[in-house]
Design a protein around this ligand. Structure first.
Ligand SMILES: [Zn+2]
Length: 307
């Protein structure tokens, strides 16, 4: 298939919405659309993604374009079927093959955290950095790795999946930790996701608050909420110290709802120092420059093309 290489389609397939863009040279947005995700219906989801891609192409002039799709899980290299998706109707399904059956052999797919990391390493907060780790702190916790501009996929398509490692250097009261949907207990995700933050506050204080309400209460001077956020900072710092000790990235980029907590960028790099095997730590912790749009931009960057 002869593809236009100046423009490319990026689609971010989320649990509640599907975002799509057409990106041109220098990362310029040429067209943009958003639709609701058909809840729990795989066939309807495939149809919706394909139809969105075709509408975006029509809006950008009608030529067939390369298409990148960010998904909530990963594609098994062995079977071509999806796994690890929290939108569980995707699991076990040959999403790439089904999209190519509708759109032709011009589709690439990757995990949404991988797409965020690729976006930020390509033209965002981590542009120019040699090694970048990206973490999404949202309903779940995902991660991705980009080395010299290339997404690291890994032998099992799980490179960067840090959320289901155990919280390192556990402190009193942190063991065994909460049960995780993955079947283990005390996963990093159960501590540093939005629900993990809320669960920690509820466990200590007996008060159910959402993550953003805890942040607002702390900003208003609530001591219990402030203590919850300080525990959160310490746990995130220990989790990321593990990443630095193994991967030693120049930049760690945070995306997802909790990445909007500005104090993280000041406090976490102080808190990770005791856990890192180096007397100086030059790794920078930065918020995603493109925020929630990083996923859809990174999906488009799955085709580096001629930008
Ligand atoms: Zn887990």
């Amino acid at each position: 298939m002869n593809l236009n290489t100046e423009l490319r389609v990026g689609i971010d397939l989320g649990g509640t919405k599907i975002e799509g863009v057409v990106i041109g040279a220098q990362g310029r947005i040429v067209a943009q659309q958003r639709i609701a995700t058909p809840a729990g219906d795989y066939a309807a989801t495939v149809d919706a993604v394909a139809a969105l891609a075709l509408r975006l192409e029509a809006a950008a002039g009608g030529a067939a374009l390369p298409i990148g799709v960010g998904t909530p899980g990963a594609m098994s290299a062995a079977s071509g079927r999806m796994k690890n998706c929290n939108s569980t109707c995707l699991n076990g399904q040959p999403l790439l093959a089904d999209l190519e059956a509708r759109l032709g052999p011009r589709v690439r797919i990757a995990n949404d955290a991988d797409c965020m990391t690729l976006s930020e390493a390509s033209d965002g907060a981590a542009a120019g950095a040699e090694v970048v780790f990206g973490a999404i702190l949202g309903t779940g916790v995902g991660g991705g790795i980009v080395v010299r501009g290339q997404l690291l996929r890994g032998a099992n398509a799980i490179a960067g999946e840090w959320g289901h490692n155990p919280l390192p250097w556990p402190q009193p009261g942190e063991l065994p930790g909460l049960a995780c949907y993955c079947g283990r207990s005390g996963c990093i995700e159960t501590w540093v996701s939005g629900p993990g933050l809320a669960a920690d506050h509820a466990r200590v204080n007996g008060v159910a608050l959402r993550g953003e309400d805890i942040a607002a209460a702390a900003a208003a001077g609530d001591a219990a909420a402030e203590a919850t956020l300080q525990r959160y900072v310490q746990r995130l710092a220990r989790g990321l110290a593990h990443i630095i000790n193994v991967l030693d990235p120049q930049v760690i980029v945070l995306g997802g709802g909790l990445s909007r907590l500005r104090r993280l960028y000041r406090e976490v790099p102080e808190a990770w120092k005791p856990w890192i095997f180096s007397d100086e730590v030059r790794t920078r912790l930065l918020p995603a420059q493109y925020g929630d749009a990083s996923g859809v931009r990174g999906a488009a960057w799955l085709w580096p093309g001629a930008a």
